[in-house]
Design a protein around this ligand. Structure first.
Ligand SMILES: Nc1ncnc2c1ncn2[C@@H]1O[C@H](COP(=O)(O)OP(=O)(O)OP(=O)(O)O)[C@@H](O)[C@H]1O
Length: 596
């Protein structure tokens, strides 16, 4: 019942969207479908009038009845064709301009990132990708289903007026629809069951044709194994789908058998009534006509139901995605973000566990980071450094504990404002395939014109790259849209410059932002970042947090946090930690020679 209400509400919304985008076509389509139901009834009545008039030798009435029946039948076809065209136009326009933006906003507009790594989200996005039009199709099918119901009601009235025996057809129709529904459910279940294999198949395909992974695959000789796995996934998809279609087909065929029995028996009863003088030949012809048309109506109802159930595959993810996006909008976080830091940022028993895992990635971390400080986070791979950075950026919500910004819980601070107040460069940076200038200034980052762009490029040590670009700042980056391809390190410099567009961020997060750079570039970037960090710190009390394996950089930080298995095991200044001769001293010894 709840599901029914949810879908009714959704269709009401989709009606509103369609009316907003194409009011004329929406109304004409609905009117056409409803009117079509009456032409169906008119055809049957016309046939009865003709046959009875012929029996009475009333030629005029017979001609009128025949003409009405023929015209109504033909009109039904014309209306069917026109509503078909209008439906297509509506789906095309409202789907792309009304629904696609909602899908995009729901998928990309959640402030946190937990969902981006989760199958329940990914499965639904896979189902919706490029399929937004089918959401509006779902609405047009609902209208069609109502019009078909109207046809069935008219058929009941007409058949009931001839003989109650004819009503026997309806339980058979109902039983057929039920059996058909069972068949569809089988197919739907099979479709859901194969979603993961489909994703695996797509992932392996993308991997094999991607420029970056393609090199590695060839070098390591992993190609045949990946192709084999791809084929195995494809085979699982095929066999699961076939099983679903076979069992669905059996249920459907059973449905048609039931209908055929109902039709034959009920018409047989009326024919017997004619012999007893209880019905006219016109009644039999009307019943036979309605029965025959009913077969079409039921056939159409079944195909509407099939299509509607097909669109559930899109409507369900659409509803889920919208609900997820609205539930994760962080609307309680209303405290304005500060404009400067006085005391600093304190982590209080901060804990975060990724969904689907048991061990916390950040485990009970407590530390005070004074305003104006440069902090380095070090630790082995997988020790929780990136997760800590993401928690500071509000990309994940702590499972327990908190982050206090000058005494205010970060959870209560307006997320959008917090992001405006900070800057970040991550290890896995984005590649925006647009012009060089736009790839740096894109987003809601401050647009300080050419001066800001120049400063950001300088801070990222990307002037050399900029000079080499054939069209300067207007050079299109990436080959997807016919631009120039950059090396990994050059892409990283663009990302670094992007993170420097905010002149005075309160929090500057740098999560191994130079992993793809050569040693001199890395040194130059860190020197300029450290100078910048100190300069910003004196103006607004800003904090810079750097995750790095470069110990010459780490050593220059005011505070060093050493992480292990998600826990903060040591913290302090470089000399202090070396003197303590603990984990930091060990790490320093291992890394100093290779990275400094
Ligand atoms: N999306 C995720 N889902 C589940 N577990 C995750 C996810 N991301 C990270 N982890 C796990 O959380 C732990 C901490 O990962 P994190 O990336 O924070 O470590 P790190 O110290 O930054 O590692 P690295 O130096 O390799 O970047 C690791 O055990 C990792 O496997």
């Amino acid at each position: 019942m709840r599901k029914l209400r949810t879908y009714a509400r959704l269709h009401a919304e989709l009606f509103a969207v369609s009316m907003r985008i194409e009011p004329g076509i929406t109304l004409m389509m609905i009117a056409g479908m409803v009117f079509g139901a009456f032409t169906f009834a008119l055809t049957a009545v016309g046939v009865k009038v003709t046959v009875d008039a012929m029996a009475d030798r009333d030629t005029t009435m017979a001609i009128i009845g025949g003409a009405v029946a023929a015209a109504a039948y033909a009109l039904d076809w014309v209306i069917g064709a026109l509503t078909g065209v209008m439906t297509k136009m509506l789906i095309d326009k409202a789907g792309h301009t009304g629904i696609e933006p909602v899908v995009m906003r729901s998928a990309a507009g959640v402030p946190e990132v937990d969902h981006l790594e989760h199958t329940e989200f990914l499965d639904r996005v896979t189902a919706l990708r490029g399929q937004s039009w089918a959401v509006i199709w779902g609405f047009t099918l609902a209208v069609r289903a109502i019009a078909q119901l109207l046809r069935l009601i008219l058929a009941v009235v007409l058949l009931g007026s001839v003989s109650p025996w004819l009503l026997l057809m309806f339980p058979c129709v109902a039983l057929q629809l039920w059996l058909d529904g069972r068949g569809q459910a089988r197919e739907r279940r099979a479709d859901l069951a194969l979603a993961e294999d489909k994703r695996i198949q797509a992932h392996l395909f993308d991997l094999c044709i991607s420029g970056s992974a393609g090199k590695e695959i060839r070098a390591t000789g992993a190609g045949p194994e990946l192709i084999e796995r791809h084929d195995a996934a494809a085979e699982r998809v095929r066999s699961t789908r076939l099983r679903g279609q076979l069992s669905g087909g059996i249920w459907r065929a059973a449905g048609w058998v039931v209908f055929a029995i109902g039709y034959t028996v009920s018409i047989g009863f009326v024919a017997a009534q004619v012999g007893r003088g209880e019905a006219t030949a016109g009644d039999v012809m009307m019943a036979a006509t309605i029965g025959a048309l009913l077969r079409d109506v039921v056939g159409q109802a079944v195909s509407t139901a099939t299509n509607a159930s097909g669109t559930v595959r899109v409507l369900e993810p659409f509803l889920w995605l919208r609900e997820y996006a609205s539930e994760h909008q962080d609307t309680e976080a209303r405290t304005p973000a500060p404009t400067r830091l006085d005391r600093g940022i304190s982590l209080r028993h901060l804990t975060y566990t990724y969904r689907g895992t048991d061990t916390p990635a950040v485990d009970d971390v407590s530390v005070d980071i004074p305003a104006g400080s440069v902090v380095a986070v070090v630790g082995e791979y997988g020790s929780g450094k990136s997760t800590l950075m993401k928690l500071l950026a509000k990309l994940h919500r702590p499972v327990s504990g908190s982050i206090q910004v000058d005494g205010t819980d970060l959870a209560a601070i307006d997320t959008a404002q917090w992001r405006q107040a900070m800057s970040a460069a991550f290890q896995d940076f984005g590649r925006y395939e647009t012009s060089f200038a736009e790839a740096i200034t894109i987003g809601d980052l401050e647009r300080g014109g050419h001066d800001a762009l120049d400063a950001a490029v300088a801070a990222a040590n990307a002037e050399g790259l900029r000079e080499k670009l054939p069209d300067g700042d207007r050079t299109q980056l990436g080959t997807k849209f016919g631009g120039v391809e950059l090396s990994e390190g050059q892409w990283q410099k663009v990302a670094l410059a992007r993170s420097c567009m905010r002149a005075e961020p309160l929090l500057f997060l740098l999560d191994e932002p130079t992993a793809s750079l050569d040693a001199p570039s890395e040194q130059a970037v860190f020197d300029s970042y450290m100078a910048r960090a100190k300069q910003i710190a004196s103006a607004t009390g800003s904090i810079t947090v750097i995750v790095s394996h470069r110990f010459s950089t780490v050593a220059g930080a005011d505070l060093i946090l050493v992480m292990k298995h998600g826990r903060l095991i040591e913290s302090g200044g470089h000399e202090e930690l070396l003197a303590a001769d603990g984990a930091y001293a060990d790490l320093y010894e291992i890394h100093a020679t290779s990275y400094s």
